[in-house]
Every structure is written in C-alpha cells, then in structure tokens.
Design a protein around this ligand. Sequence first.
Ligand SMILES: Cc1cc2nc3c(=O)[nH]c(=O)nc-3n(C[C@H](O)[C@H](O)[C@H](O)COP(=O)(O)OP(=O)(O)OC[C@H]3O[C@@H](n4cnc5c(N)ncnc54)[C@H](O)[C@@H]3O)c2cc1C
Length: 417
Amino acid sequence: MRVVIVGAGLMGLLTAYFLNKRGAEVVVIDRQYSSGRETSFANGAMLHASQASPWNAPGVLYNVLRSIGKEDSALLVRIREVPGLVRWGAEFVSNSDPKRYAHNLNRNARLAQYSLQVMQELRRAEELHYDFSARGTMTIYSGQRELDISASNHSANSSDDTPFEVLDPRATALLEPALSRIAERIVGSIYYPRDESGDAFKFCQCLQRVCENNGVEFAFGVQVKTLARNGREVSAVTTNSKQYLADKFVLAAGSYSSVLSRSAGLRVPVKPVKGYSITTSIGTWAKPPTIPVIDDKFHAAVCPLGDRLRVAGTAEFAGFDTTLTRSRISNLVRLLMSTYPEFEPHLDISTTERWAGLRPMTSTGVPLLGRTSISNLYLNTGHGHLGWTMAAGSGLAVAEEIIDGRSAFILDDYRLN
Ligand SMILES: Cc1cc2nc3c(=O)[nH]c(=O)nc-3n(C[C@H](O)[C@H](O)[C@H](O)COP(=O)(O)OP(=O)(O)OC[C@H]3O[C@@H](n4cnc5c(N)ncnc54)[C@H](O)[C@@H]3O)c2cc1C
C-alpha cells in the first residue's frame, strides 16, 4: 500500500514512522526543507497529559470578550480576525457548555495518556536524543481559590487518572529548589509526576533520520496546492512540482489542514492560534531548574531543555500571521525573570531565540483523527496546545487504522463528522 502524507510536523512524521513499520510505502511532502520547522519547532516542550482540558472551558465567551483589544491578555482576539471566526467561534463557544466540555476533556485525557505510553515504547525501540526528561511538570499558583479549583477539578474528573500532588510553598521549593526565591509569593503548586518534557524539533529531526533509514521518502521544499478528487476518493496530491498518486492520503498539515481540505470539498474546522516562545542558554547559572513550571496566572511555562530554558505561552487569534510582536516576547522574558530572579545575571538576551507558531485548534478542543467521508483520506490534525503530548498515540492509531481498518486505540470519538 502506498500512502502520501501532507506535512512533516510531529503528526505527519509519527504517522509515517508507524505506517512504515507496518509495511506501507510512505511519501511525506512538506514545503519546508526538513521536518518539524513550523508549529513543531519551538513549542512549550511539555508532554503534559495533566493539561488535557480544552481551552473552551465554561465561561470562555466572557474571557474572550474581555480580552478584545487588550494586548497583554493571555487570550487575545485581533479585531480583524473576528469575521473569519464567526462559524468556528460559535462552535467553540457552544462546546464550552459544561457537559460537552467534560466530554471533550475526557477525550483529550484518554488520548494524552495513551500517547505517553506509546512514547515510552518508541523510546525503547529507537535511539532518540531530544533532551528528554521524566521529572514531571508543576503548576504554581498565586491564588488559593485557583489552586483549590484546579485540585478539585482533577479529583472530579474520573477519566483523568493522572496522578498529582498538591504542595505548599515549602514543599514546592524542596522539590524544585530553583523556586526558593519566590516561594513566599505563591500559595503552592500542583505537581504531576507522570508528565514528560523534551525538544520537539530535535525529536522530529531524529525520527526523520530513522524514517529515512527505514525507507520513507521525503519530498521537502514542495508546496501542496490541492487534494484532487475523483468521485468519492482523493486521486492525487497536486503540488508546485508534480502530482503525487497513492492508495491512501493523510492530511497532517497543522493549521493549514483546513485550507487544503477545502480543495477536496471537506470542511475541517481548524483555526490557527498563535503562541510565542523564547529559548535561552542556562549559561553560567550553577543551580538551574529541572522541572517544567507552568504559571497558572500568566498561562505560560518555563521548561528546562538540557542546557537551555524554553519559555512559551500566550494565545492570539491573529490568522496565519507569525510575525514576532515585541511586547509578547517581553512578557515571556518578564515571566522568566519573575519565576527565577536569580537567573537575571546569567541571561544573555542577544543570543536568546524568539519564535512564534500556530497551534492548530479545533472548535471542540479535541483533535481530528482517522478516516473521513472521503474513502481514502485520513486526518491527523487539530491538536491545539496538546500536539506534542498527543503526537505518538495519534500517529500510531491513524497508521493502524489505515493498514488494518481499525486501531487498538479506537478513533470513533475523534472523527470529523
Ligand atoms: C507557543 C506554543 C507552545 C506549545 N506548547 C506545547 C506543549 O508544551 N505541549 C504540547 O503538547 N503541545 C504544545 N504546543 C502545540 C504543538 O506544538 C502542536 O500541536 C504541534 O506541533 C502540531 O503539530 P502538527 O504536525 O499538527 O503541525 P506542524 O508542526 O505545523 O506541521 C505541519 C506541517 O505541514 C506543512 N505544510 C502545511 N501546509 C503545507 C502545504 N500547503 N504544502 C506543504 N507542506 C505544508 C508545514 O510546513 C508543517 O511542517 C505548543 C504550540 C505553540 C505554538
């Protein structure tokens, strides 16, 4: 069986890897010059099944309306984007209904937990160097009410078997001594020992090499134009150079999946949600942190990655624009300094890397996986803020469904309706 995959980000690569392992002839097409160069490039680096909640929690409409025009809010909607968001936005808000939200959280939690298992198996099978760490993740709180709500939400969610520990400020600083300086201004933290972290781009580069060695063909620097239809099937992927024919096709083009699917007459409700990161060397800092720390108030995280620190966060509905906004970058630098004041003398801002990427977000907050109404077209897209966390499980399940018609992790709850 020949399968053509559009997109060499985390989703495309992992689907390619598992398809190849199951004997398929695989071609991966991407407009970039190697894998992982768009949203999978410099994300927050956490594989955090603990954060499986969709962003459209009950009350999201109020938060979105409050944010309009406010440059420093965690969730920002650019006014010019509002017309293009009407239908998707209505669906996004309707999914914040408490029952739907709970169902969507359940779907994400199951996939995220499965994915962490698949990732462990993958690490046993292949030599992958990506600054992997299994130190868990931690969310710090400056308000007692917020901490109590988060802890009780975790306890109440029966599908979420992610273990967690509520820590007071002293216990927080004992576990992560780099937080000692700020322990008195937080009320405590929640620690999730099963979460992992690692550099998604390094992972992509390693997995690309494994795939190439195993015979996967990569067509880089190729811009996909359309998915050409012939009746109930996709007949070819047309590009700026040539047509690619196959028995089956996988759309894993991140936020651009919605644009490309339209050419095949399919509506894939995925919108880009822009986020930013900075990556800086630990430099001469003798006692750097070892656990990724999410600041609940600022919705941003600081993640240790080998001898570097990555700070990531913010969510902007700004279309497909990936230009770097100075104030957003400054916010991340400020968050880094306020979390770890003693890092200040070691920070070299001139070598700090800045980045913006587009989270592919569905209106439910749950990814779209597996077969579609077009008989030979499969989706692996729409993972939003959880793409690194869910990538391995999604890739395996989609590959199994393509080869065997069904997957061990059942995809019925993740299909495009
Ligand atoms: C700031 C930020 C922080 C994040 N932090 C985390 C985190 O801590 N944990 C977590 O789990 N997730 C996180 N995410 C989300 C995660 O990074 C994404 O969900 C994931 O990278 C999406 O992978 P993808 O393969 O779907 O998309 P991409 O990586 O964007 O891959 C899609 C590929 O398709 C290609 N493509 C698109 N259109 C075309 C075309 N027409 N022709 C040819 N090629 C095309 C692109 O070049 C690209 O390589 C974060 C995201 C952001 C932005």
